[in-house]
Design a protein around this ligand. Structure first.
Ligand SMILES: [Zn+2]
Length: 182
């Protein structure tokens, strides 16, 4: 589609992408998202993240295997692994093979609105039971967060807006402070 380049929204219908592009062109995307997801969170370190994840897990996913480790990971590639990772590190323990489960959440969620942290943790918790993004997986997500699909879409919009803001920085500076003599 000419003029529409929205890598975080791959797979969404073209008419949706056109609407998003219109909001971007009108300079309204970031503002709309900030209004819709105004609440911040204070899950700022790994201890707090572990507690946050444990609480969600024990209210909705009690039967899922326990998590050995929960971390914020600054190295997660945002575009490729936007939704965090989940891994089962297999290791031999005595004669049995035991899966030690870890959850890594991209560090950018430290600064994200509370809604998006909840969404990403719900997503990763669902992976404790379902590896693939299939029907059963999304049923689990919806069980934990009834608004899951809207939140995932809004997260993708937010990432788009974040990237645009970063890309536009030089223009803002240029506007405030003319570069060189006219
Ligand atoms: Zn996933």
């Amino acid at each position: 589609m000419p003029g529409v380049h929205l890598p975080y929204l791959r797979g969404y219908p073209p008419e949706v992408l056109v609407q998003v592009q219109d909001l971007i062109n009108a300079g309204r995307l970031a503002q709309i998202l900030a209004r819709r997801h105004a609440q911040a969170h204070d899950v700022r370190n790994e201890r707090a993240l572990y507690d946050y994840v444990s609480e969600l897990k024990s209210s909705h996913m009690r039967s899922a295997p326990p998590l050995a480790k929960v971390t914020y990971d600054p190295k997660l590639h945002i575009l490729k692994n936007v939704l965090g990772t989940h891994s089962a590190v297999s290791r031999v323990q005595g004669s049995r093979l035991k899966a030690k489960r870890e959850m890594r959440i991209a560090t950018l969620f430290k600064e994200a609105p509370a809604d998006f942290l909840r969404m990403i943790v719900v997503h990763e918790l669902a992976h404790l039971k379902e590896r693939e993004h299939g029907k059963a997986f999304y049923a689990l997500c919806l069980h934990m967060e009834p608004d899951y699909h809207q939140l995932e879409f809004d997260l993708r919009l937010w990432l788009t807006a974040q990237e645009l803001a970063a890309a536009n920085l030089p223009c803002e500076c240029a506007r405030q402070q003319p570069l060189g003599p006219a």
